[in-house]
Design a binder for this molecule. Structure first.
Ligand SMILES: Nc1ncnc2c1ncn2[C@@H]1O[C@H](COP(=O)(O)OP(=O)(O)OP(=O)(O)O)[C@@H](O)[C@H]1O
Length: 261
């Protein structure tokens, strides 16, 4: 398919060009973001509170509408998509949330299965009429995240770390081309946070997809990311390998230096 940004996009999975977002007219939160993603594995997005990291992820999965710019997913423009095209594109984007966003009264396996709702007819989705194949896949995913024995428990009986595993299994159940995770470890203790990053990395590599992860913990990001994107004040100020990030970059991203050790 011909893209508006030229032939260099041919192998780019996700291409964000000139993305701007204003919640209030004249007050840009994202001020022209350009990011091309071809690789699998974790891509960490770091930056201070309020710099627009969540806004960026929410534009990509179209929870909010961008003000200007393009977001091409496999060369289809997400920023302009409506109706059925948007629903089809959204199926390719798995989302993992800080507060898990599970349906608390449903069982663990039912929560994982909701990842398939976008693939079902309205009638089957309403009746939660999942195919045997989907049920088998959901059990396999629960096995993979170490929660097989919890399948029939209600989601609200799980710990935070377990809930996040369910959230990840649900996102992978969608068979996405890209995973987005908005501060998936911020509500968790350090050990559980590491386990969640390991899980995200494992799925990203196994399923050959990028996982864009907003994260406040720079050291954790460095440990798992193949690539780091540093944002400050609505623009990208660093985009490269974790080993390339210097204290000067971190000062530029977060400001000041007293927090650096
Ligand atoms: N729905 C909204 N309406 C108006 N302003 C908003 C809305 N959502 C976010 N903002 C503003 O946009 C800016 C960026 O917020 P965003 O949540 O994207 O930042 P962030 O980098 O993810 O921060 P944090 O790390 O604290 O989550 C903030 O000033 C925030 O107040």
């Amino acid at each position: 398919m011909q893209t508006t940004t030229g032939s260099t996009e041919a192998h780019t999975l996700l291409s964000i060009q000139g993305l701007q977002k204003e919640y209030v007219a004249g007050n840009a939160i994202l001020k022209g973001i350009d990011i091309d993603i071809k690789e699998q594995g974790i891509i960490a997005i770091i930056g201070p509170s309020g710099t627009g990291k969540s806004t960026l992820l929410r534009c990509i999965n179209r929870l909010i509408d961008p003000t200007k710019g393009q977001i091409l997913l496999e060369q289809e423009d997400l920023s302009q998509a409506r109706g059925k095209q948007l629903r089809m594109l959204r199926r390719k984007i798995g989302m993992v949330f800080q507060e898990y966003n599970l349906v608390e009264r449903l069982t663990v396996i039912e929560n994982v299965l909701t990842g398939r709702l976008g693939y079902m007819s309205a009638w089957n989705a309403w009746r939660r009429n999942f195919s045997q194949e989907d049920i088998n896949t959901a059990f396999e995913l629960l096995e993979a995240v170490g929660l097989a024995e919890h399948a029939k428990k209600r989601a609200d009986s799980l710990s935070g770390g377990q809930r996040q595993r369910v959230g990840i299994a649900r996102a992978v159940m969608q068979n996405p081309r890209v995973l987005l995770a908005d501060e998936p470890t911020s509500s968790l203790d350090p050990k559980t946070a590491v386990e969640i990053m390991e899980l995200l990395e494992r799925f990203a590599l196994e399923k050959n997809m990028p996982a864009l992860v907003n994260i406040h913990d720079v050291n954790l990001a460095r440990r798992y990311a193949k690539r780091m994107i540093g944002m400050s004040n609505g623009v990208v100020v660093y985009d490269g390998p974790p080993e390339g990030i210097t204290d000067d970059h971190l000062k530029q991203i977060y400001g000041g230096e007293s927090w650096l050790v």
